[in-house]
Design a protein. Structure first.
Length: 573
């Protein structure tokens, strides 16, 4: 196995905690594989004493293949191979082997996807309850003008107070403020089953619109049930106290849409657990808390665990059973963890219990999973520990110097980050093409860029954008590889077309951290080996790396590649 000087230094590490600070295309998996082989073949460490943690199943399979090819025939038997697992799978192993000590009567069932079904069932149940409950159709009428507001509720007295205090309808609110509360009367027009409420509300809106007019804007028939009724039934279903003006509380805005994303909220909270087991009542989000309590109860009754429980329960078991913790430390004295920048607090809790010989490999510039609970600050803090041996592999063997320099110009704007000397092995200069497009021109531009016979990938920020791009290319005789940036991480292509802010204006996303969005863009750029096309609308990240283009051109003409690089670096562009 051919290694450069820095890769070789890291691969030769034997004992004690170590961190390998890597860059894109720098051979992280190569170093992990080389160190495992070095421990076995040079230091005579039994393969079964080595535990390697990879980020996902595909990474596990790749590492297993590399190790198998590097071992001698005598070491290729399963019993003579190192243990290579995802962290979730290893946590499951610990629980399965010690399920009684973990508090289970039998080996727990694994819940994979059941949460989606539970969410769907809860939504259907709330709608069923809404269809049969008694709903009051009411009006709030101006005594002066006769203009009125029509609404529906399961609790007229409470709803009346909400409207007169601070109505959620801006037209009615302004009228009450202008004319005075005493100039309005509240009246229940009729009581109907919830399934009839929208139709009857629409009837009364039309009736009064033809007379003195109404304050209402929306047609209630556009939805099966009104937002107000769903909110009231949700609170009743989950036992949440309905507070005044709850319809404007941020936890309850767009309740239907937010409930669809409830799994992500709950699982992200579970990835933050650093002591004991998950307690759903600690959640701040009222909607997430109500659902999580019910979900955890159902899971416990079914003697089941989900993916995050595999890590939480395994860590809790090792913390509460020192003898068991020592058993695993003795069994696996050598621990390697890849993609260290993406671990969550719960992940690090389990990892830190396993071995003092932790060999971690990662790149904080490629930390793009905070939405799942990943926290690159864990890697940064580990790097700063005095007893941790530090190695750096930052020579990029994937991309041309142009791509590396532009990507570096972009990512060095992030703070905090671990500073690293990013550089390209390939001095080739290949201009990065930046093409402004609109929703009307993106298809034509894509088809033109795909005429090249090279290995090409089209990367975009969201799944929605990917689906729209695939529709545009459906008639092509061959499929170009089309995927999200997150799914492209760890992969590479000769040519990469990065589509941004032309189908959806979402880069950077408003609901995400700017530094992480910059890292996502950086990951996309560094998937390209030779040719990079940045295709789309306005994005603040493009000027950040485009600024270096004129500087590189000038210094190359004046000084040549390596002297130009040094001057650009010294100017900190």
């Amino acid at each position: 196995m051919n290694l450069d000087r820095n890769q070789e230094k890291a691969a030769n590490h034997v004992t004690g905690p170590a961190i390998v600070i890597a860059g894109p295309g720098s051979g992280k998996t190569t170093v992990v594989t080389a160190r495992i082989l070095n421990l076995i073949q040079t230091h005579n460490i039994p393969p079964s004493q080595i535990l390697a943690i990879a980020f996902n199943r595909k990474a596990v399979e790749e590492m297993e293949t590399r190790i198998r090819h590097g071992l001698t025939p005598d070491n290729t038997k399963t019993s003579q191979r190192p243990v290579i697992r995802t962290l979730h799978a290893f946590g499951k192993d610990i629980i399965t082997e010690n399920y009684k000590r973990a508090g289970f009567n039998q080996i727990p069932e694994i819940w994979s996807g059941q949460i989606d079904q539970i969410i769907a069932d809860e939504q259907k149940q709330i709608e069923r309850e809404a269809s049969t409950t008694t709903v009051a159709i009411y009006k709030i009428e101006s005594k002066k003008t006769g203009k009125c507001y029509i609404g529906q509720t399961t609790n007229p007295d409470r709803r009346k107070k909400e409207h007169f205090d601070h109505s959620s309808n801006d037209r009615l609110r302004q009228a009450i403020r202008s004319e005075g509360e005493t100039q309005f009367r509240f009246e229940v027009l009729e009581r109907v089953p919830g399934r009839e409420a929208n139709r009857r509300e629409a009837h009364w809106i039309a009736f009064y619109r033809d007379q003195a007019g109404v304050f209402n804007r929306a047609d209630p028939l556009r939805m099966r049930y009104s937002n107000q009724i769903i909110l009231e039934m949700f609170c009743q279903h989950f036992g949440i106290i309905y507070e005044e003006h709850l319809d404007r509380h941020p936890d309850f805005e767009n309740l239907r849409e937010r409930f669809n994303g409830i799994e992500e909220i709950v699982m992200r909270a579970k990835r933050q657990v650093t002591t004991g087991v998950f307690d759903p009542t600690t959640l701040d989000d009222a909607v997430a808390k109500a659902f999580a309590v019910k979900y955890e109860t159902l899971k416990t009754e079914a003697n089941a665990i989900d993916f995050e429980d595999m890590i939480i329960h395994a860590a809790n078991l090792l913390e509460t059973c020192p003898d068991l913790r020592q058993t695993y430390r003795d069994k696996y004295p050598y621990l390697l963890v890849d993609e260290f920048q993406d671990i969550s607090p719960a992940d690090f809790r389990l990892i830190s219990l396993l071995s003092e010989n932790l060999f971690a490999v990662g790149d904080d510039d490629q930390a793009i999973y905070s939405f799942r609970g990943g926290n690159s600050e864990i890697m940064q803090a580990f790097t700063e520990q005095r007893d941790v041996k530090k190695y750096e592999i930052t020579r990029n063997y994937r991309s041309t110097s142009t791509i590396v320099e532009h990507a570096r110009a972009l990512i060095e704007r992030n703070e905090p980050r671990i500073r690293k000397n990013l550089r390209a092995h390939n001095p080739m200069q290949q201009r990065i093409k930046i093409v402004e497009t609109t929703p009307k021109t993106v298809e034509t531009t894509l088809l033109r860029e795909l005429e090249s016979p090279k290995e090409i990938a089209i990367l975009a920020r969201t799944n929605d954008e990917i689906e729209r791009i695939q529709e545009m290319l459906i008639n092509l005789p061959t499929s170009p590889e089309v995927t999200t940036i997150h799914k492209a991480k760890g992969r590479e292509w000769e040519k990469v077309i990065l589509v941004h802010n032309t189908l959806e204006r979402r880069f950077p996303r408003r609901d995400s951290i700017l530094t992480e969005e910059r890292r996502v863009f950086y990951v996309a750029m560094t998937r390209a080996k030779v040719e990079l096309v940045v295709l789309g609308g306005q994005c603040p990240f493009v000027p950040e790396f485009e600024e270096i283009r004129k500087n590189i051109g000038y210094y190359l003409r004046q000084f040549g590649y390596w002297r130009a690089r040094r001057r650009i670096k010294n100017k900190k562009i």
